[in-house]
Each structure stands twice: as C-alpha cells, then as structure tokens.
Design a protein around this ligand. Structure first.
Ligand code: KIV
Ligand code: NA
Length: 275
C-alpha cells in the first residue's frame, strides 16, 4: 500500500507503528520499499555515511537533489522524505520555501524534513502552505552540532525538557505532519508523543514513539567510524562485504576468477585467422 502523509497521521490515530530507514540510492531504496518500510529518509547523514565528512554541514542542495531522485525511483510505496541541508532554510522563509520546492520538483521528494523548533516554525508554516509536507526534527539536531558542542542526549534538565515539549507543540501548530525525536530520554519522548497529535519518529528516543528510524549503514553494520548507543545491528553486512572483496582480490591474484562460466566464447576458426 502506498504510504502518504495521511497514512502517517492515521497510523498515530489507530496506534500502528511506523517504520523508517535512511537511504541514498536506488537499489537500497528498492529493497526497503519491497520490505514494507513506511518511509525512506534521504537524510543529510549522507554527508557522514556516503560522502565521508565529519558532520552534515557541508551537504548541499545539489547533493540532496541528486540522491533524492535516485531514492524516489526505487520507492514505489514508501514515503520519500528529503532532508533540507544546512543553510537552505535558516537564512529566510523565502529561501526555505524556494529550497523545499526544489527538493520536491528536482529531488522528487514526497515531503521535506528540517531541524529545529519555534525558530523554524514560520518556515514550516510557509512551506506547508505551499503544499509541501514537512517533517520536523528535534532533540539532537546534527546541523547544530557546533552549538551543542558534541553528540549527547538532549532534554535532560527540567528547563531543556520544557523547551523540547514547547518546540514539539510549535512545529505541530506550524503544520508539520510528523516529528523526528533524536537522542531524547525515553520517558520525555513518551510525554512529547502523548502531547501532540502528529506521529513522533524516534531515533535514540525509546519505544513509546509512534515510529522508529535508523541510518541503514548503522543497522546493517556497514559504518564503523562512530556507533551511537541507540543503534541495533540487525546484520553484519560490513564483514560480509569485506570478506567478499578479499576473496575477489585473492581469486584475481591466483587466476581463479574469471573462469569459463563467466567468459564469452568466439569460434576458434575466426580467432585462428587473426593470428
Ligand atoms: O540525516 C539523517 O539520517 C537523519 C535521521 C538520523 C533522522 O536526520
Ligand atoms: Na538529517
């Protein structure tokens, strides 16, 4: 069944959980789509896991459009959400609407996601009014990593928790259709989930969120630079890949690959004339 923004909203009403993963290319998106994942996020984590940067700040609109299109081609039924990169919506409401529009038109997104609470609610409202669904993102918001001073759990003090709850209400009020909560204590994420009518999608935010999301390279064991506590490894694909690469390398060196079954033939008569 085709997942839409409406599917996400009604999932919360009927207490059905939502599954999301990140993807950055066609073939991975296709596998997730076939597996029945509700939503695929073309995250700006692209910067970390695909492009090899230390943070998400260098990711560009062109990067997101390029990968968005690829994922959109592979996703028949999953809702494709594309991240708005750093500085594509913080500079003005005009920029926010213009760039969200580019992600829809050129990036083939079904929705966009941006980070922040009250300070971006005007942008969320304007983008939504342009007919573009917005997913919000609170808690640990990696585009503000330099302001946070590192990757840590958010909302632990009473003051910080109150701010998160108010921000969650602000993005809902502004028109967001869903909210990602990243690195938030489980009981606070539960309270936020109960305080708003749009679904919460947790990453490091515990089991009471309406849905979950993980970066696919993390959950497949393909990315070892940094593994947060909240990552569950569902497979060790990284090792499987490395073993296959080693075996391929060995077989080339030993002349085992390619053998007859992977080789094209020509009539001996033809070849003899060429010598
Ligand atoms: O970029 C990303 O992968 C994200 C998810 C971690 C929510 O924003
Ligand atoms: Na992101």
């Amino acid at each position: 069944m085709k997942n839409t923004v409406t599917t996400f909203k009604s999932a919360k009403e009927s207490n059905e959980k939502l599954s999301m993963l990140t993807a950055y290319d066609y073939s991975t998106a296709k596998l997730m789509d076939e597996a029945g994942i509700n939503g695929i996020l073309v995250g700006d984590s692209l910067g970390n896991v695909v492009l090899g940067y230390e943070d998400t700040l260098s990711v560009t609109m062109e990067d997101m459009i390029h990968h968005g299109r690829a994922v959109a081609r592979g996703a028949k039924n999953s809702l494709v959400v594309v991240d708005m990169p750093f500085m594509s919506y913080q500079t003005s409401v005009y920029d926010a609407v213009k760039n969200a529009g580019r992600l829809m038109k050129e990036g083939r997104a079904g929705a966009v996601k941006l980070e922040g609470g009250k300070e971006v609610s005007e942008a969320i409202n304007a983008i939504t009014n342009a007919g573009i669904p917005v997913m919000a993102h609170l808690g640990l918001t990696p585009q503000s990593i330099n302001a946070f001073g590192g990757f840590k759990v958010q909302g632990k003090s009473e003051e910080a928790a109150k701010k998160l709850i108010n921000d969650a209400k602000a993005v809902e009020e502004a028109g967001a259709f869903a909210l990602v909560l990243e690195c938030v204590p489980e009981k606070l994420a539960k309270l936020i989930t109960e305080s708003i009518n749009i679904p919460t999608i947790g990453i490091g935010a515990g089991k009471y969120c309406d849905g979950q999301i993980l970066v696919y390279q993390d959950m497949l064991g393909m990315f070892s630079d940094f593994t947060p506590k909240f990552v569950k490894k569902y497979a060790d694909i990284g090792s499987v890949m490395k073993e296959a690469f080693k075996e391929y390398n060995d077989e080339i060196n030993k002349g085992v690959f390619p053998s007859g079954e992977h080789t094209y033939k020509i009539d001996d008569e033809v070849i003899e004339k060429l010598y």
